[in-house]
Design a protein around this ligand. Structure first.
Ligand SMILES: *[C@@H]1O[C@H](CO)[C@@H](O)[C@H](O)[C@H]1NC(C)=O
Ligand SMILES: *[C@@H]1O[C@H](CO)[C@@H](O)[C@H](O)[C@H]1NC(C)=O
Length: 437
């Protein structure tokens, strides 16, 4: 399966967390919560294909509030449309008390589509059409309104913007037809139109604002961070958090640059070169879509939250199925504890690439970094990984504590975890079937 996403069907894939040391107890608690919430299906959906969606979000405990979907008004007039021409949408939960003038925006993830065929199947899913979106979603982790789960942002206004354009909210193709079939590549307009609507709903008066996103939404967060800053009052505190969005331009196990080739197609399909005019990388337009390029132009403070062994990237970027014809990576791809010494060495090399990229970012004084050595993907949308007694910790801080400390300038946060398997607090994902699509 490629980094595309449009799922043909929802597959039953069970996902378990394994926690070193206390595997049994945590897995059992987790499984119970999962089943109780009846979210197995949603989780499998993630695991099977969509990948850069927030897997753990759906797996969070049942304590998250359900928040209604709002469809964008006058979407057609603004030309801000999902891939299939339907109106985009978002979920808004109003803040309260001291949080009523603070806004947290979350950009949903869900991979990308690289060609008309994959975008066509995406048109028939919630990642390409609001006709398929759930009318309510659960707000957990950084979106939670429960102070115990989300100590710094629980009472803020919170918005989850649905992802339905296939290119991290960045396309802006005027033509509605591609080779005779209707396709709308309008992510940039969706971003703009949803922001305009939220500004009118109170974002305009924000004293504090936080743009966040995971996976393809994490990439979108890098892309839009400065735009977001520019929309808000000059004296407001505005920062961004990109979770699981630091995709690396690395050679995979067969020396291919799978993700770069994929991104080149996305960039060509949605004519994104215009969006990345500052990008100096002329060798291959796909390179301009990588965070390492995008961050060069960002002036607003950003927090980079990423696992060193991002499960999605291991499965799709480092050891994609197509590059593993002998299936020697099958077990390791599903469960990091099953990697052999050789594979671990390759994973450590992958971690090293991320650390090198972070050493460049470390120079940016007001940026935050939290790279834990876990095998996971998207950690801000789930109370178990975001903030709980059993959360992953680095320097004995949960992700929520680290992000809050950084957002409110309580301390500088530049956390780079030691090498796997050093951190006993990790929640490492275990998949029971390979990604297939
Ligand atoms: C449209 O069709 C032409 C001719 O079949 C093909 O060369 C081109 O790549 C197609 N465009 C896209 C975006 O798929
Ligand atoms: C880690 O933090 C917890 C509370 O967050 C505290 O109870 C514990 O003592 C700390 N452990 C260490 C080793 O500092």
């Amino acid at each position: 399966m490629s980094p595309s996403s449009a799922p043909a069907s929802r597959r039953h894939l069970r996902l378990w967390w394994r926690r070193r040391g206390r595997a049994g107890a945590v897995a059992a608690t987790f499984a119970a919560a999962l089943l109780a919430a009846g979210l197995l299906l949603a989780l499998s959906y993630y695991a099977s294909v969509v990948a850069p969606r927030a897997a753990p979000s759906s797996s969070s405990s049942s304590s998250g509030a359900l928040v209604d979907l709002t469809l964008l008004r006058r979407a057609e007039k603004k030309g801000a449309l999902c891939l299939d021409g339907s109106a985009p949408g978002y979920h808004l939960q109003r803040g309260s008390g001291s949080g009523s003038q603070s806004w947290l925006i979350h950009l949903e993830g869900g991979g990308w589509c690289r060609n008309l065929k994959s975008c066509a199947s995406r048109q028939k899913s919630m990642l390409g059409s609001s006709r398929y979106m759930e009318r309510q979603v659960e707000f957990a982790g950084i979106l939670s309104d429960d102070e115990a789960q989300n100590p710094d942002f629980y009472d803020w206004n919170k918005v989850k913007i649905r992802y339905c354009d296939g290119a991290s909210f960045s396309g802006n193709v005027k033509d509605e037809f591609q080779n005779g079939t209707k396709f709308f590549f309008r992510g940039q307009r969706i971003w703009k139109a949803v922001m305009d609507e939220l500004l009118l709903k109170g974002l305009k008066h924000a004293k504090q604002a936080f743009l966040t996103g995971c996976s393809a939404g994490g990439l979108a967060t890098y892309i839009h961070c400065d735009d977001f800053r520019a929309l808000l009052p000059k004296d407001s505190r505005v920062k961004c958090l990109a979770d699981g969005g630091f995709f690396l331009d690395v050679e995979d196990i067969s020396k291919q640059r799978t993700l770069r080739a994929f991104y080149s197609e996305v960039v060509r399909l949605q004519d994104l070169k215009r969006r990345f005019l500052h990008c100096s990388s002329s060798e291959d337009p796909g390179q301009c879509f990588f965070p390492r390029e995008v961050v060069k132009a960002i002036h607003t403070p950003v927090f980079v939250l990423n696992p060193a062994y991002d499960a999605w990237q291991v499965q799709h970027v480092l050891a994609p199925e197509a590059s593993d014809p002998k299936h020697s990576w099958l077990d390791c791809r599903l469960d990091i504890s099953k990697c052999n010494p050789n594979q671990l060495k390759i994973l450590q090399g992958f971690r090293e690439e991320l650390h090198v990229a972070m050493s460049e970012l470390k120079q940016k004084k007001d940026w935050g970094i939290f790279i834990d050595s876990c095998f996971v993907h998207c950690q801000s949308l789930n109370s178990l990984t975001w903030h709980s007694p059993s959360s992953p910790r680095v320097s004995n801080k949960t992700i929520a504590e680290a992000v809050g400390d950084w957002f409110f300038d309580r301390r500088e946060v530049k956390e780079l975890d030691c090498e796997y398997p050093c951190n006993p607090t990790c929640h490492n994902l275990v998949f029971d079937k390979p990604f297939k699509g």
